[in-house]
Design a protein around this ligand. Sequence first.
Ligand code: PNS
Length: 160
Amino acid sequence: MKIAIYPGSFDPITNGHIDVIERSSKLFDRIIVAVLKNPNKKPLFTVEERIEMIKEATKNIENVEVESFSGLLVDFARMKNAKIIVKGLRAVSDFEYEFQMALMNKKLDSEIETVFIMTNVRYSYLSSSVVKEVAGFGGCIKDLVPPHVEMKLKEKICKI
Ligand code: PNS
């Protein structure tokens, strides 16, 4: 059984993340989307809201589960019996940071491999931060996130 963890902040999930989840769900038996609970970051959405949005976006992919985690990713992976970490790579600018994290995770647990999935070129410019910024200024985010995320973003921004 090949279990893979796809970790991130997902604040909120974008079509770029969904593309990585869909593609990795075909490569591995189980994908656990792991939402980081990070007390040092000030996310727009609560962990529960982020999990709900990811569940809705992936409800038609059978082998996907969504959970939250805190602490070290390798500890969570070990707890879940996962030997694979999936990360998306958009551009060369992502590489340095991802390379550092992959090597650090390897140092922390040599049995865990990080596997990179190149972004679909359609989403290579996409990030949760860019989506939040565009939505915040009233720009169109229709093709960047699923409709339920677009709605949640609009609701959230109206409350700020
Ligand atoms: O979507 P993000 O914010 O780029 O995701 C970053 C994430 C969650 C993958 C990364 O911050 C992480 O793995 N955090 C857990 C803490 C950890 O294990 N750190 C050591 C690896 S450098």
